[in-house]
Design a protein around this ligand. Structure first.
Ligand SMILES: [Zn+2]
Length: 344
């Protein structure tokens, strides 16, 4: 039976007279792919032209670059906010090194920041199982609490900018956890398309995607417990994107300690791959759909980020993402899968 999921690729090429090849005709290939769920397109071009840039983590700790950090231990008590009593009676929550505080610049009614570590500069290798486990489990506890006090906010998210190339305003590792009615265009497009897929085929797109990807075996990275790891057919990140699907989790209520353990375990392997390829920065998100549905599985997404160069710190996003809402990747998902799989 043909799959309900269609992977469409539009391959094309451009010919020009190359100055470094005596102005002889040269053909450069590129691809446009159509996301099988949302129908959104993504470009794949510029292969090999962009390399991840090394960050000098030591310099981030020097006083002239570090400046004032509200998340550092000596400042926290004094300068970070506390939750109101009706939300978190304790004011702030902690577990191991993880500390949950309200966001001084909230994204929604209930908006928390997870300071993940005591230390200001923490490398990927130092984001170990304990630190990740404590941050995620405390974050999930917070999301479950705000779900029970604010059931009118149906969507729950974790978002994470790590290190300056990702847009992170503070080097000190931190994540955001919030509930909202307005989770962003990507989330809403995926949710609506998942509902349509369910109505049309009577199937959960995400479970179907895993099955199809596993069969094709070009972008399927592996399974850890109940989590399934893939490289996305259309990547949101310039160096591709890795997605982890929890097919049996639909809302925050379903997410257990076992899921956290599987997520952390997979993430440590992704970090291993990042460290091996000089990637120092990323954006990540974890999406939870509304209750009482079986069409939109929870999924985690991570995309590596870099400066284009260390001379003028050009960011790796440009008019494509900013104005055309079009992702561009310089690595093919099938290639990314091969490289990451070694660590799984
Ligand atoms: Zn700090």
């Amino acid at each position: 039976m043909p799959s309900k999921i269609e992977f469409q690729v539009i391959e094309s090429e451009s010919t020009f007279l190359h100055p470094r090849k005596g102005f002889s005709p040269t053909v450069e290939k590129f691809e446009v792919r159509i996301d099988p769920l949302t129908g959104r397109t993504g470009h794949f071009s510029h292969f090999g032209a962009i390399k991840p840039q090394r960050l000098s983590l030591e310099s981030y700790a020097t006083p002239e670059i570090k400046g004032f950090c509200p998340f550092c231990i000596e400042n926290r008590e004094r300068v970070t906010p506390r939750f109101v009593e009706s939300v978190i009676p304790e004011g702030r929550l902690s577990r191991g090194e993880a500390l949950l505080i309200p966001n001084l610049f909230p994204y929604d009614i209930h908006s928390g920041v997870m300071v993940m570590t005591d230390r200001h500069v923490v490398s990927l290798k130092e984001l170990n199982e304990q630190r990740l486990g404590d941050a995620f489990s405390l974050g999930m506890e917070f999301l479950k609490r705000i779900r029970s006090i604010g059931p009118s906010l149906p969507y729950h998210l974790m978002t994470w900018n790590y290190m300056p190339p990702s847009g992170g305003g503070l080097v000190h590792p931190h994540q955001q956890y919030f509930a909202t009615n307005h989770p962003g265009n990507q989330f809403v497009d995926e949710l609506r398309a998942s509902e349509t897929f369910f109505r049309t085929h009577g199937l959960n797109y995400w479970a179907e995607l895993i099955e199809v990807e596993q069969k094709i075996d070009k972008r399927y990275i592996g399974q850890i417990g109940s989590s399934r790891w893939l490289s996305s057919f259309v990547s949101l990140g310039i160096f591709g994107e890795i997605v982890c699907v929890f097919p049996d989790v639909f809302s925050i209520n379903d997410f257990t300690d076992d899921h956290i353990r599987d997520l952390v375990s997979g993430l440590l392997r992704v970090f291993e791959y990042y460290s091996a390829t000089d990637i120092y920065s990323f954006n990540a998100s974890l999406f939870f759909g509304p209750e009482d549905q079986k069409c939109f599985s929870c999924h985690f997404r991570i995309a590596a980020r870099t400066f284009l160069n260390m001379r003028d710190y050009a960011p790796d996003l440009n008019f494509f993402q900013a104005l055309l809402s079009e992702p561009v990747s310089v690595i093919m998902p099938e290639e990314l899968c091969k490289i990451v799989k070694v660590h799984f």
